[in-house]
Write a protein that binds this ligand. Structure first.
Ligand code: FES
Length: 140
C-alpha cells in the first residue's frame, strides 16, 4: 500500500468509527427515557366506617383493595399500585420508613411510587385519594 492509499484507507476507517460512535450514543440517549409508572386504572370508594376499612382511620394504617395499596400518612391518604413492577409481588406500606416495600426482592418505593432501591425497573402508579366525609375515593 502506498502512502496515498494508506491515508485514504485510514480516513475511511476513522470516519466509520466516528459514525458508529455517534449512532451508539444516540441509541443510548433514547434508552434514558424514564419508564412510565405501572398500575391498573381504578375508580372505587371505601367507607371508612366499615370494620374492614378501619385500619385507614389511624396514621400509619394501610390496606389493599382493587390492586391498590392505600395508606394513612399523618392523616392524609396515599394510594399506589399494589403489584411490584419487578415480578408482580404485592407491595405493602411501611409506616416506619414511610415507604412501600416489596417482600420478594426488597424493592422500595417512595410515597410517590418512585423506585428508591432494589430491582424494580419502573415506578408504581400513584392514585388520587380524596376523603369526603367517611368516604374515601381512589381513582386514576
Ligand atoms: S417482585 Fe418486587 S422486588 Fe422483585
Amino acid at each position: 500500500m502506498d502512502r496515498r492509499n494508506f491515508f485514504r484507507t485510514s480516513f475511511l476507517v476513522g470516519g466509520l468509527g466516528v459514525a458508529g460512535t455517534v449512532a451508539f450514543l444516540e441509541s443510548c440517549k433514547k434508552n434514558n427515557t424514564p419508564p412510565s409508572p405501572q398500575g391498573p386504572t381504578v375508580n372505587f370508594t371505601l367507607d371508612l366506617t366499615l370494620p374492614a376499612n378501619a385500619s385507614l382511620n389511624n396514621p400509619g394504617g394501610s390496606l389493599s383493595s382493587n390492586g391498590v395499596v392505600i395508606a394513612n400518612v399523618g392523616g392524609s391518604y396515599i394510594a399506589v399500585a399494589q403489584s411490584c413492577t419487578h415480578n408482580g409481588c404485592s407491595v405493602g406500606y411501611n409506616s416506619g420508613g414511610n415507604n412501600f416495600v416489596c417482600p420478594c426482592h426488597s424493592g422500595v418505593f417512595d410515597t410517590n411510587g418512585n423506585v428508591v432501591s432494589g430491582p424494580p425497573p419502573a415506578p408504581l402508579k400513584k392514585y388520587s385519594a380524596v376523603k369526603n366525609g367517611n368516604i374515601l375515593t381512589i381513582s386514576g
